[in-house]
Design a protein around this ligand. Sequence first.
Ligand code: PA5
Length: 426
Amino acid sequence: MNGQITVKACNEIYSSEKVSVDYRDRAESALLDVVNRSGKGNEWLGWMDVPSGFDSDSYNELERVAKRLGVLDAVVIVGIGGSYLGTRALVTLLSDGVDRDAPEIMYAGYHLSGRAFDKMKRKLEGKDFGVIVISKSGTTIEPAISYRLLNSLMAERFNDSEIALRTVYITDPEDGALRKMSTEKGIDCFDIPKSVGGRYSVLTPVGMLPALIAGIDIKEIIRGAADVYNSVKNRGEAFNNITEYVAARNAMYDEGKKIEIFGSFDADFSYMLKWWQQLFGESEGKEGKGLFPVSADFTTDLHSIGQFIQQGDKSFFETMLVVDNPENCVTIPPDESDYDKLNYLAGNDIEFVNRQALEGTCKAHVDGGVSLIRIEINGVKEYSIGQFVMFMQFACAASGYMLGVNPFDQPGVEDYKRNMKHLLNC
Ligand code: PA5
């Protein structure tokens, strides 16, 4: 593996009696249950096989469709939860953002706000756009309504065969409305394997097709994920680091820290943290158990929840993402007048200042009594992000097992849907 994800807990956690051999042994055994497919919900472990199943045929098929949609002005990704967050995370984090040749990537189907939809509709006026609808079940109401609205927008401007060329589905291999429509209307359709649940699906076409359209090197993402899988299977470094994270967070939980705040000092990491939040929240929060996952964007949130973290109730612990070797690209210029008294920073890269903010924050939080875990990744590149995704999927599954829950179901999510359908007289 070139570059690893490492996990380091602060002295307070290491010296805690809770992160003892016992916790490490239990975390290790939970991780082995994942790898050996011997735990609860083991019919949902298909995400482990996604990197090895990614061959040149799968790449070519994605590339064929990506090239077709890649010439459009905009592509709207329609999906919610696991069919949306990881995709948006990859595109936000890894796309160039200023590539004039790539279509603008927009998102719909992740809310029911009429105002937001109306804004997007106006933004699409005059744009040659396409739609990728992502829904494993094909029945989720938010993406279904958005797709209906987008499809009627397309119908105002394009004929049936033009619409078919501008539309792609990503769904269950056999079931659901999208699968049926794809067959009947001749629309391209990619599979989300039966054995892969929504929040574990970002490495399937769910994340890979939009990423490819956005100009991201998806082969490198898959290579990073595959290396973590192989290292876990062979009990290498990734196995040890995942065990460390799982042991530390479960020990903190048992000590009464019921909230995990995951912070990062990379502004573009925001959606990746939201992906992490959903992954852990939906996987662990059940049967009256689970750490409540909260994401924090620093330094932004140092000016909001920073005060609480420093001096408020300590019912949480903090996990800090540290990017080793961040790209240095923006030098702070000198200013003759120096009204802001910042000339002492002139000539430094802004990432140097960011790093000092990170180290200063970690020290202040630990001094203030915060238990802190550092997760270090080697740069923000396709390879390291592929590693990060696979690392967290394993950590989440093993943490769920350690907690004694099935990390692959989400029975509670159905309750709001039932009430809403009842109110809508469905
Ligand atoms: O992780 C999950 O399973 C959920 O978050 C789903 O991804 C989300 O509810 C969307 O479901 P679907 O893809 O069936 O539309």
